[in-house]
Design a protein around this ligand. Structure first.
Ligand SMILES: Nc1nc2c(c(=O)[nH]1)N[C@H]1C(S)=C(S)[C@@H](COP(=O)(O)O)O[C@H]1N2
Ligand SMILES: [Mo]
Length: 330
């Protein structure tokens, strides 16, 4: 796979793309919470560092191609182009490794060898899978999905993976299972994001779905992107992709999937339930308490970081598949 060199200014800082108020407030909020200067951890790059970082970025994306991937017959295009790989691979959120948009580099510390996914809780067949098991047992396909972050930026990403409902069929949830808790990799020796050692943030990163949401055709486990294994910054080796919800619902680097009876506590919802609700469906008519969700900054082709303002769609454009899950939403 040939990578397009990143044109200067290739290193994107979040305040170039997020409205200043958003940037300031989300950062200020975290800052007040953990008492440390997150904005200060943005690394200014000089020419020398730039080229070594650029090489590091390119090599972080040069990963084994996944063989025999079928394109999904249904989810193969959307109304806008696929985001350039080199932009998607350097504009990430992964708070375990920091609160800035240069965490793609810090995330390279994530150890992905001998990865295990434990599937447990209210199921008939609890399982512990390794990555090869997952890739062998489940039908891998490529799905091109819109991706919308709660911070009002968006991309289109070509994920490779399998539907969550295939995993559900394998483990057979019992009738008591009403919710599912997803847990990300956690090791305070390695994941050195802001406040990690202060004990004030609700690590590990966890997310949750209702069981009917997990069973929806669209809910997806990704083991790859752009035709190859998942880069660490995207949540290697396995992450959730829930395209009709805000990006934070898609926990990265999963180690555990647990079927439970009660609604699980989740990371952002625990930090601030008014700003990050459990359901978190993309909804242009429901503003975030501090900004509108009516439009989004679509990051697509570059060169460098550029975006187009697009209208945000209800359920991120996937209403025909998921609106029936929410009969009480107008
Ligand atoms: N474990 C973990 N998962 C996470 C996050 C995180 O900080 N930690 N950030 C979330 C947010 S806010 C977004 S927008 C997406 C970003 O995914 P990407 O970096 O692959 O685009 O990951 C989500 N999953
Ligand atoms: Mo996000």
């Amino acid at each position: 796979m040939s990578l397009i060199p990143v044109p200067p200014p290739w290193q994107i800082s979040e305040n170039e793309i997020t409205p200043d108020t958003v940037y300031y407030n989300r950062r200020r909020f975290l800052k007040s919470l953990i008492g440390t200067g997150i904005a200060a951890s943005l690394i200014p790059l000089n020419g020398c560092q730039k080229s070594s970082s650029q090489t590091a970025l390119e090599s972080s994306l040069q990963l084994p191609k996944l063989p025999n991937i079928q394109p999904s017959p249904v989810f193969k295009t959307v109304d806008r182009p696929i985001t350039k790989e080199i932009l998607a691979g350097q504009y990430n959120n992964f708070y375990e490794f920091g609160g800035t948009k240069n965490i793609w580099l810090k995330a390279q510390k994530l150890p992905t060898e001998n990865w295990k996914l434990e599937v447990t809780g209210l199921v008939k067949n609890p399982q512990t899978y390794d990555l090869d098991d997952l890739k062998r047992k489940f039908p891998l396909e490529e799905r091109v999905y819109r991706f919308r972050c709660v911070e009002a930026w968006s991309m289109v990403l070509p994920w490779v993976g399998f539907p969550m409902k295939a995993l559900m069929q394998a483990v057979e949830p019992t009738s008591q299972a009403k919710f599912v808790r997803f847990t990300s990799f956690y090791d305070p020796e390695i994941t050195t994001g802001p406040g990690f050692h202060l004990g004030s943030l609700p690590w590990p990163y966890q997310e949750g779905l209702r069981i009917e949401e997990m069973a929806n055709e669209l809910a997806f486990f990704a083991v790859g992107i752009y035709g190859h294994d998942l880069p660490k910054q995207h949540g290697a080796p396995l992450r959730m992709v829930i395209p009709w919800k805000y990006g934070f619902k898609g926990a990265k680097s999963l180690v555990k999937v647990e079927f439970v009876a009660e609604k699980p506590a989740t990371y952002w919802n625990t930090i601030d339930p008014n700003e990050y609700d459990f359901e978190a469906n993309v909804n242009p008519n429901k503003p975030h308490p501090r900004w509108s969700q009516a439009t989004e900054k679509f990051i697509s082709q570059g060169p460098g970081l550029s975006w187009e303002i697009k209208e945000t769609l209800p359920y991120n454009g996937y209403g025909e598949y998921v609106a029936n899950l929410y009969p009480n939403t107008p």
